[in-house]
Design a protein around this ligand. Structure first.
Ligand code: ZN
Ligand code: ZN
Length: 635
């Protein structure tokens, strides 16, 4: 992963903290034992010998309920019970967090009602002990010798596209751009929502990172995924050269090695996915969240944190500036009073709204395709069409196994629910009348209409930009950060599908994808949206190139539904008493159901601190009423 040559002059230092001899603790200390369950989520006191050289963030071994367990030193404590056991051993010379990072980890533990042990364990990669080597003078050194750049990191560090030059943009072209740059240069902190122009997504990220480096501080850049590597990530790494590192993917050893290198201060810019929000970068001046509204910025396993919120917490604790960048920022980012940074003028393609024609082919779109040299057709439905009727017996088509809808995809008819090969429930026939529609069918009719070759990006294929003289057809998985493209035409097909999808945030997710695809048209390009609901706030937001109208309608819709934007939401599983216990806490909304003998409650709180709620849930966990808490479930 670390492809830059290691400096031979680097001496031994303890990652994440000063040398152990200086800040070693002794006497009674709080320990977070590595038992990540809510009912044990409190510190325990042990006596620490100064000989161990342990301090805040040290991994130690203690006796707990008659067993040897590991735990982390949280700091000195006055809470000393009558009998205090000794810390038995120091497990690792590494300090896994310092005082400020501990503050962030505690915030995560409270906000997401997650055991602190789970939060600490997920804040750094799993240990590979052989990467830690003791040095002299009571300090701890890192293994010497340069780590070899792997083929993977070489590939991931491919240079940014040549058509993405870094120009000064924020200072002149953006409202509040100067304020953002000043905050970065002078280390003022603060939080900004940045809506780049269609050609600027990559360049403004690079500009922010270079500005914070010029101010002498470091940056963490968070991207939703690394396969394929977003153009923003590639360009930032390219711009900072040996000062930057991609902290994502790789094997266990490589990941831990990179983490140790970051903690030692070797890199000033860390680019990575979710876990990188905890990267132990020194003198942090910027946390940049690219494509902030992307669903992958939410961690799907405990502690279920959202990168945006952790970034904001880290910014507050460390005095770093937080930038949330997206063509369509999330509603959460829009309601929270951050400084908005956006283009001074309308920097957005012209967007035409047309009613869909037969099979979704609006005449205006067909005509536009004829003169398009380079374009993208966003077709969110996969396949060639849906089976309507059995050709053998005339029965309406439905899956013989589960009754689900049958869809023709890549030449095979399958059930969209259970995946079974399509067979008529009545006569077992396999020949169906198909109602055509979907990306495969779009590819077919677009081929007949376009003057250049039309190709489809399948869900298993690597997303790429259309070539010159090419039109691509693709769904959600094809819309990635590929850098500015300047296409002649981008078409949004089946726009009305989004409003029929289940889920409170389905429309928001769909609109974010439309914005990302539309941005490919650049300011000179043309976007055609096919919809029967031209006045829908989502469609109107896309036309305007700004989120306002959609945000207004969506924020009131969410509040009416009992799930206000920015209000914490939890799915709490427990015994039969859990519903009553939660209702006593006065939540904004509580929906309870019985699942396999357990009570599952969906709880929404009003926006604000979760401290009292988190404490109540821990107490309920200790009494056995609450078994499991999932924060921010998909709604
Ligand atoms: Zn089925
Ligand atoms: Zn049949």
């Amino acid at each position: 992963m670390s492809s830059a040559a290691r400096s031979p002059s680097r001496t031994g230092v303890t990652p994440g903290a000063a040398p152990t001899a200086v800040d070693a603790l002794s006497g009674p200390v709080s320990i977070c034992v590595d038992r990540p369950v809510l009912s044990l989520d409190r510190p325990f006191t042990y006596a620490l010998s100064p000989d161990l050289g342990a301090g805040v963030g040290s991994l130690v071994q203690v006796a707990f309920h008659g067993r040897r367990v590991r735990g982390w030193v949280l700091g000195p404590t006055d809470d000393v019970p009558a009998r205090v056991a000794d810390v038995r051993a120091l497990v690792s010379p590494v300090r896994f967090f310092d005082q400020r990072m501990l503050e962030v980890l505690r915030w995560v533990s409270e906000r997401y009602v997650a055991p602190l042990a789970a939060v600490i364990a997920r804040s750094h990669p799993p240990r590979v002990a052989s990467e830690e080597v003791a040095g002299g003078d009571g300090g701890v050194g890192l293994r010497g010798g340069p780590s070899a750049p792997s083929a993977r990191s070489a590939r991931l560090r491919a240079p940014a596209p040549a058509d993405a030059p870094v120009l000064p943009r924020l200072s002149d072209a953006y409202v509040n751009g100067r304020a953002l740059l000043d905050a970065l240069r002078a280390g003022l902190g603060g939080s900004f929502v940045l809506r780049p122009g269609p050609a600027d997504e990559v360049a403004v990220a690079v500009e922010c990172v270079l500005e914070v480096l010029a101010g002498g501080r470091s940056a963490v850049v968070l991207v939703p995924e690394v396969e394929p590597l977003p153009a923003t990530a590639a360009a930032v790494l390219e711009a900072v050269g040996a000062e930057g590192v991609l902290f994502a993917g790789g094997d266990r050893r490589e990941r831990y090695r990179t983490w140790l290198d970051i903690a030692s201060g070797r890199y000033r810019v860390v680019v990575g996915t979710r876990p990188a929000v905890f990267a132990p970068a020194r003198d942090l001046g910027l946390v940049y969240v690219a494509r902030e509204s992307h669903a992958l910025h939410r961690e799907e396993r405990a502690p279920y944190y959202h990168v945006r919120d952790v970034a904001l917490a880290r910014g507050r604790v460390e005095g770093a500036t937080v930038v949330m960048a997206a063509f369509l920022p999330s509603l959460e980012a829009q309601v929270d009073g951050h400084v908005e940074v956006a283009h001074r003028r309308r920097a957005w393609p012209s967007v035409e709204v047309v009613a869909p024609g037969p099979e979704g082919r609006a005449p205006r779109l067909v005509a536009a395709l004829r003169s398009t040299r380079r374009g993208f057709l966003f077709a969110p439905l996969p396949g060639y069409g849906v089976a309507r009727v059995c050709r053998a017996c005339g029965e309406p088509a439905a899956c013989a196994a589960c009754g689900g809808t049958l869809r023709s995809e890549e030449g095979v008819v399958r059930c969209v629910v259970c995946g079974a090969v399509g067979r008529c429930a009545r006569c077992a026939g396999t020949d169906f009348g198909i109602a055509r529609g979907g990306a495969e069918r779009v590819e077919e009719w677009a081929r007949a209409a376009a003057g250049v070759p039309v190709r489809r990006i399948g869900s298993a294929e690597r997303p790429r930009a259309p070539r010159q003289d090419e039109v691509l057809v693709g769904g959600v998985e094809a819309v990635k950060d590929l850098g500015p493209l300047d296409l002649d035409l981008v078409a949004i097909l089946d726009a009305d599908l989004a409003s029929r999808r289940p889920g409170l945030s389905a429309r928001e997710r769909a609109l974010a994808t439309w914005f990302e695809a539309a941005a490919w048209a650049g300011e000179r390009g043309r976007v055609i949206v096919q919809t029967r609901a031209a006045n829908d706030p989502a469609v109107q937001a896309l036309v305007a190139g700004r989120p306002d109208r959609f945000a207004r309608s969506e924020i009131s819709r969410r509040a009416e539904a009992g799930f206000p934007v920015g209000g914490p939401v939890f799915r709490v599983t427990g015994s039969s008493g859990v519903e009553e216990a939660l209702r006593a806490l006065g939540p904004r909304t509580l929906l309870a159901s019985e699942v396999e003998g357990q009570t599952v409650c969906l709880v929404a709180l009003d926006p604000g601190p979760t401290g009292p709620f988190a404490r109540a849930l821990r107490a309920l966990a200790e009494r056995g009423v609450v078994a499991r808490v999932e924060a921010e479930p998909h709604l």
